[in-house]
Write a protein that binds this ligand. Sequence first.
Ligand SMILES: Cc1cc2nc3c(=O)[nH]c(=O)nc-3n(C[C@H](O)[C@H](O)[C@H](O)COP(=O)(O)OP(=O)(O)OC[C@H]3O[C@@H](n4cnc5c(N)ncnc54)[C@H](O)[C@@H]3O)c2cc1C
Length: 234
Amino acid sequence: MAEPTQPATVLSVLDLTPHVRQLVLRPKTKRILFQPGQWVSLKLPVGPKPPLNRAYSMADPSSPYGELTLVFDRVPGGLGSNYLYQLRSGDEVPLSGPYGNFLLPQPLDRELLLVARYTGLVPIRCLLKQMFFAKLQVPILLIAVAPAEDELLFHQELLTMAVQHHSFRYLPLMAPGGEAEAVEKALLMLKPLVEGQLAATPMLCGTKAFVRPLRAYLTEAGYDRKEVRVETYD
Ligand SMILES: Cc1cc2nc3c(=O)[nH]c(=O)nc-3n(C[C@H](O)[C@H](O)[C@H](O)COP(=O)(O)OP(=O)(O)OC[C@H]3O[C@@H](n4cnc5c(N)ncnc54)[C@H](O)[C@@H]3O)c2cc1C
């Protein structure tokens, strides 16, 4: 983590769902060159021993202007996300990066099985945009689990992607009962897709309570642990 810390200006603030917000930031000193799937570390002036470091994945691939699009949910009582919720255009926040290895497999010669809960979709949305921009044609299946219908993140955009790209299938699911229900519902969908055929590379993102049971299932089904790419948020 030797990347230097620099201030970034908040360019815009937008609510995507009742509990999910997007911030567009522009690093002030040096452009951050990142790959889709990577994240930046925000240094927030809160908590008992500031700065409080919190990681946020980029939701959009890099742009010529160098801005970073971050999307996060407001965790009840969460120090970091609640601090970010009171930021306004023009405010500054220190950050460093990029970091992370939640990247597309190279070469990309197998199907992709993408599974995310809630804001776990953020890096996956960035990877999808990269793939469609680069006209990569591998079959992709996305299972996206949301805690409520109005919390389905990027829903219209993903529906449009599925119409425009025949290689992409989007399966949204609702699990209002939390992570345990999200795992249960994701497994119901995964099992018939995985059993007897380990054709796709799985990529999982969300909190540990969601990601770990799914990874355990996939390794039991025959995947090597390293073949299952994961990003955990907590
Ligand atoms: C590599 C990486 C990338 C990340 N990218 C994103 C991102 O793009 N968008 C995003 O919303 N968050 C992301 N996170 C999580 C983020 O860094 C914070 O942990 C999150 O915003 C909660 O911080 P907090 O201080 O508000 O809550 P804390 O006070 O730290 O409370 C965390 C508690 O809230 C629960 N929780 C509920 N929702 C989340 C959540 N989304 N993330 C973490 N814990 C949660 C956890 O189970 C945990 O018990 C990422 C984390 C990592 C490690």
